[in-house]
Design a protein around this ligand. Structure first.
Ligand code: 4AD
Ligand code: MG
Length: 453
């Protein structure tokens, strides 16, 4: 007999004479001549209730089954007499695959997120984290589907690179040299190499040949920011579009955010509901507001005016040439506009070299999508397509211009206006679930001084 997933069992529209499924025991309790076993196999949030009566084989062994144990069950899928579930399984045989000792850390009670982070290898067996990681998986799929439906090509940009896209110097070095050696000629690649902070520069080359492309993969930043919104290894979705200006880029970002949110509400309704009930009571309202409202498009200079006028107290000062901090971003989205805001045309000195210089010579065609509770989820721009302007900015940013010869070539041969952005995959998951710490939406988070698991 073929094993069936519990998700499929629970969505059956009729009783089934014989089923086989396997999973982990969440709880077991004994009644007079029965044992009720709640089994979960990770395919969905709900458990299936198994009723093992004393007449089935090895009943005394079944009574020893503990939380966390693994079992294989055959029996009949029948209408449940109990309330709270439609189906249950009348077991014919419960085979014990393995027994978990009594010290299994996930006994039935509520555990704090902090504690669960210390057992990140086991936390996906809880309701909350099982749901979070199913949503994560569905979101990745929904992203690929969205781009594929729109005719975008998926580009696998390199993870080891010799360039620093953001120019922020937050690089993890990749080397085969021994400690103390620093002659990069002798190193594996014959030059300094690092883990990528963004696939953008490579994606641009492909946008200028295949048209609309995207890259979606892990990126790495050695930022020493111990915040609830930064990790050292995170995933980024980066579309890059030829013949597209800043305005087209902003509308596309808005369309994508809405489309992915609708997709997840549809595909993950049961898991999202768990977050709406237990993690963030305002989640549904926030997401519905996001889907139905037009995002505000606000020049950076206007954002400054709003922030300078308010009586709200901030830890960080605002002023032209200073980057917006998360507290400012949250004020704009949560209190002032009460919806997502796209801030654009930032001062050139706080943005990387590749962003297109505006006619005022002071700002660049940058845009950040800000959402309530999180702040920035997307950063992007129209790219500088004019060779001379780009070279000037690269020199001013003290970049090793000759090493970017290949990037500059794209502005020599058939250069066109093009734009793109990067969406933090984990930040987006935080928005979808109401989870407030980025460490809780990624399986094994990498942050300063933690590399367990
Ligand atoms: O704004 P960022 O730095 O943009 C870029 O890297 C561009 N090259 C992208 C592009 O235009 N193709 O990063 C993009 C997004 C941020 O808005 C944020 O959501 C996320 O990546 N992000 C992080 N997420 C988690 N941990 C970190 N340390 C992050 N740094 C950025
Ligand atoms: Mg940014």
């Amino acid at each position: 007999m073929e094993r069936i997933k519990i998700k499929k069992l629970l969505s059956s529209d009729k009783p089934i004479e014989q089923v086989l499924f396997k999973g982990w025991v969440r709880t077991r309790r004994d009644a007079k001549s029965f044992s009720f076993i709640e089994v979960n196999d990770g395919s969905c949030l709900k458990n299936i209730q198994v009723i093992a009566d004393e007449t089935i084989p090895h009943y005394t062994d079944i009574q020893k089954i503990t939380t966390g144990s693994a079992v294989s069950v055959t029996g009949k899928l029948i209408e449940s007499k109990g309330k709270g579930q439609r189906w249950e399984v009348a077991a014919e045989n419960v085979q014990i695959i393995s027994i978990a000792p009594e010290n299994f850390p996930l006994q039935k009670k509520r555990h704090s997120d902090e504690f669960l982070r210390t057992i990140a290898h086991l936390r996906p067996r809880t309701n909350k984290y099982g749901a979070a990681f199913r949503i994560r998986s569905e979101l990745a799929f929904t992203i690929h589907k969205f781009f594929n439906d729109k005719g975008f090509r998926y580009i696998h940009t390199p993870i080891i690179t010799g360039s620093d896209c953001e120019g922020a110097g937050e690089l993890f070095r990749v080397t085969t040299l021994n400690a103390g050696e620093s002659d990069f000629d002798q190193d594996f690649f014959g030059k300094e190499s690092n883990l990528t902070v963004s696939g953008q520069l490579s994606a641009e080359m492909f946008a200028l040949s295949l048209g609309d492309v995207y890259t979606f993969g892990p990126t790495f930043r050695a930022e020493n920011s111990n915040t609830s919104r930064h990790v050292a290894e995170f995933w980024m979705v980066e579309p890059e579009m030829s013949f597209c200006d800043l305005s087209g880029n902003m509308s596309f970002a808005e369309e994508m955010v809405k489309n992915l949110t609708v997709g997840i509400l549809d595909r993950c309704a049961e898991d999202i509901e768990l977050f709406a009930r237990f993690v963030d009571k305002t989640l549904m309202a926030t997401l519905e507001n996001l889907i139905s409202s037009d995002f505000v498009q606000l020049p950076y200079s206007e954002a400054l005016k709003i922030l300078e006028k308010t009586t709200e107290k901030f830890d960080y000062e605002v002023g032209f040439g200073k980057d917006l901090q998360s507290e400012h971003e949250r004020y704009l989205t949560e209190k002032y506009f009460k919806k997502p805001v796209i801030v654009y045309d930032y001062p050139k000195q706080i943005k990387p070299f590749y962003m297109r210089l505006n006619d005022d010579d002071k700002t660049v065609a940058a845009m950040d999508v800000l959402v309530p509770r999180i702040g920035e989820i997307i950063g992007g721009s129209q790219r500088e397509e004019r060779l001379d302007v780009l070279e000037t900015r690269m020199t001013a940013s003290e970049l090793p211009v000759d090493q970017y010869w290949w990037y500059l070539d794209s502005r020599r041969y058939g250069t066109v206006p093009h734009s793109g952005f990067g969406m933090g995959f984990e930040r987006f998951l935080m928005m979808l679930t109401g989870i407030s710490n980025i460490r809780d939406v990624i399986p094994f988070p990498r942050t300063p001084n933690t590399i367990d698991f």
